[in-house]
Design a protein around this ligand. Structure first.
Ligand code: PEP
Ligand code: MN
Length: 337
């Protein structure tokens, strides 16, 4: 249920409506826009008449929302969400680039990666310390020691840090070293983890599950938001189909669909989306042209020796070429990068 307050409604009027909604059994989430305040009421009550609220002082309109997700819906925040971390804005006119190796492997590897990422003009460095590997015998990541190395390298090059959280027990380590917590495709429906991430106050990058629909992705975002953490970034990273030429099938159409359905920023990961480095650049261009707010890309100083995902990881020269081309595409659609 959504209540849109009138332009110029007073704080007292808004408070009165919030209290009324709480009395009716709703949990209320507030979105204060430039013109209108929108109150999202989430609760099990379906059989009420919206007209009862519409006649109250300060209320412009009231809608019963039938969509299964409410806080993630564009109706809740029509202007779109811009997530601010220091000087960085995610979801604004400027395209955000997050890049780095699949895994943190050593101090030298992450330092040299940070240099490559920063000099090409990206703002955020990625690197997994806790790795969700298909085989238990594959490299599993360096853990908290890797995160510490990632933070040191990032700070030296004025970069922000994104890294994956696989389990609730890892949240304190990520809170200490990362600016954005990534939920991987395999964990998109780990509801216990999502609920815990709703309690923290750092942005979450939520990747689309390997076989998840767009609606399921939005419902997973809703889990985090219903806990009070509204800073969720969605990430299209390809889904499993019958096609075998690429590791996954990068669903570019998901980008405009998400932009219509939700106010949350949407970014694209063409590395996991294709699985092959030659296809990363064209899909990065396509994602930005389709309206993505940013990119998450794998780059490594020597990708042929990477401990994970080498085949889809860009060489440094390919990465700087990608950044230049992304700037050109962004300019063509009235954005910057
Ligand atoms: C990753 O970003 O390295 C990763 C494991 O991604 P995904 O969860 O999309 O497979
Ligand atoms: Mn990877």
């Amino acid at each position: 249920m959504l209540v849109v307050m009138q332009e110029g409604a007073t704080e007292a009027q808004t408070e009165a409506i919030i209290n009324r909604l709480v009395d009716m059994g709703f949990t209320v989430h507030r979105s204060t826009g430039v013109r209108h305040t929108v109150l999202g009421g989430v609760g099990p009550i379906d059989d009420f008449d919206p007209a009862i609220l519409e006649v109250l002082e300060g209320v412009k309109e009231c809608h019963r929302i039938v969509s299964p997700y409410k806080l993630a819906s564009r109706h809740f925040k029509p202007a779109g969400t811009v997530i601010t971390i220091g000087a960085l804005e995610i979801g604004g006119p400027r395209i955000v680039s997050m890049a780095g190796p699949c895994s943190i492997e050593s101090e030298e590897q992450i330092e040299s990666s940070a240099k490559i990422v920063a000099s090409a003009g990206a703002q955020v460095i990625r690197g997994g310390a806790f790795k969700p590997r298909s085989s238990p015998y594959s490299f599993q990541g360096m853990g908290e020691e890797g995160l510490r190395m990632l933070r040191v390298a990032a700070d030296r090059h004025q970069l922000l840090v994104i890294s994956e959280v696989m389990d609730q027990v890892q949240i304190p380590s990520l809170m200490k070293y990362a600016d954005i917590l990534q939920v991987g495709a395999r964990n998109m429906q780990n509801f216990n983890l999502l609920r815990e991430l709703g309690r923290i106050r750092k942005p979450i990058l939520l990747k689309r599950g390997i076989a998840a629909t767009i609606e399921e992705l939005l419902l997973s975002a809703e889990y985090i938001m219903s806990g009070g953490n509204y800073d969720v970034i969605l990430c299209e990273r390809g889904i499993r189909t019958f096609e075998t030429s690429t590791r996954n099938t990068m669903d570019i159409a998901a980008i405009p669909v998400l932009r219509r359905l939700t106010h949350l920023p949407v970014i694209a990961d063409p590395s996991h989306g294709t699985g092959k480095r030659d296809y990363v650049l064209p899909m990065a261009r396509a994602a930005i042209a389709a309206g993505a707010d940013g990119l998450l890309v794998e780059v490594h100083p020597d990708p042929d020796r990477a401990l994970s995902d080498g085949a889809q990881t860009l060489r440094p020269d390919q990465f700087s070429e990608m950044m230049q081309q992304v700037r050109a595409v962004a300019g063509a659609i009235g954005r910057t990068a």
